[in-house]
Write a new protein. Structure first.
Length: 299
């Protein structure tokens, strides 16, 4: 094969990729997708750039993405710097007044870093928290009856600020901090914030970038990987005690989001470069998709 033929072959492969993506671009044009961003994909600089490139591309081809980000590892690093030890109860950070101040500072810094990365790629972005425009209203959350400080349970979402930003062609980047009825600041679990926001804006898709490949029927048997799961099946896995650890509250949030109108929830391995594009724009995908009962087996 000549060099010219090899070059043509390579170009044809690229064309095939674009053709495969076309029906998904058409289907989801002008639809909202919420991306929950955290874990290793956030702490690794190259993966971080890949994620931002993915979300920016989604915006440029007609999607309306919203990023909801965490920052747990960075918060832990800063609390350690000031001589405080991080403590967790049922996966929730015990948040005293000083820790809340650190968390809000760190999350604000993370938000503006992401804004900068998006804008470097030519897309307008705005970083907000759940305090802005009354986006996330909360009440005090308890962990198994234990007081864990300024950790909030979302009671209401007012998505107007998000719709306004989307309408003006901005990409909103949301830090999971909210206010209670007395305007006290609370830290919010980023997964909970992403699910609540996706439901409130009527998102077509909610994508979780995690540190696992997806769901397995048996975590010790890689051949039992689940690429697609009806919401009722997901609820059966939860009720049967097959899901544990940090995945349990995440999956509970996923099923609730689908029951409340989010068309599809994706659990993706954020450590895989461009996992978001591979899941959304290819027939097979690479993660676990949780879908409505009876949905046609098409992407």
């Amino acid at each position: 094969m000549s060099i010219q033929e090899k070059n043509i072959d390579g170009l044809l492969q690229k064309a095939e990729v674009l053709i495969e993506a076309l029906p998904y671009i058409q289907r989801f044009n002008r639809k909202i997708i919420v991306v929950k961003y955290g874990g290793s994909a956030m702490s690794n600089e190259q993966l971080q750039k890949n994620v931002i490139k993915d979300v920016t591309l989604l915006k440029l081809v007609g999607f309306k993405p919203i990023i909801v980000h965490g920052g747990g590892k960075e918060i832990s690093r800063w609390t350690q710097k000031v001589g405080k030890e991080s403590r967790f109860v049922n996966g929730l950070r015990v948040t005293d007044e000083e820790t809340m101040e650190i968390a809000e500072m760190v999350l604000g810094k993370v938000s503006k870093n992401l804004v900068t990365m998006v804008q470097e790629l030519g897309v307008k972005a705005v970083g907000i928290s759940g305090k802005d425009g009354g986006l996330l209203q909360v009440e005090k959350k308890y962990a198994g009856g234990e007081d864990i400080g300024f950790v909030g349970e979302i009671t209401k979402v007012n998505p107007k600020v998000l719709f306004d930003l989307l309408e003006k062609d901005f990409l909103p980047i949301v830090a999971p901090v909210g206010l209670d009825e007395n305007f006290q600041t609370y830290n919010i679990n980023a997964d909970d914030a992403a699910c609540a926001i996706a439901t409130a804006v009527g998102a077509e898709k909610l994508a979780f970038l995690t540190d696992i490949e997806g769901l397995y029927g048996d975590i010790n048997d890689k051949s039992t990987f689940i690429s697609r799961l009806a919401v009722s099946q997901a609820e059966q896995l939860i009720a049967g005690g097959f899901i544990g650890g940090g995945m349990l509250p995440k999956l509970e949030g996923c099923t609730l989001a689908v029951r409340n109108g989010v068309n599809r929830v994706h659990i993706l391995d954020g450590r895989i470069p461009h996992c978001l594009l591979l899941e959304i724009f290819t027939k097979k995908g690479i993660g676990t998709a949780i879908i409505e009962d009876g949905e046609v087996e098409a992407q």
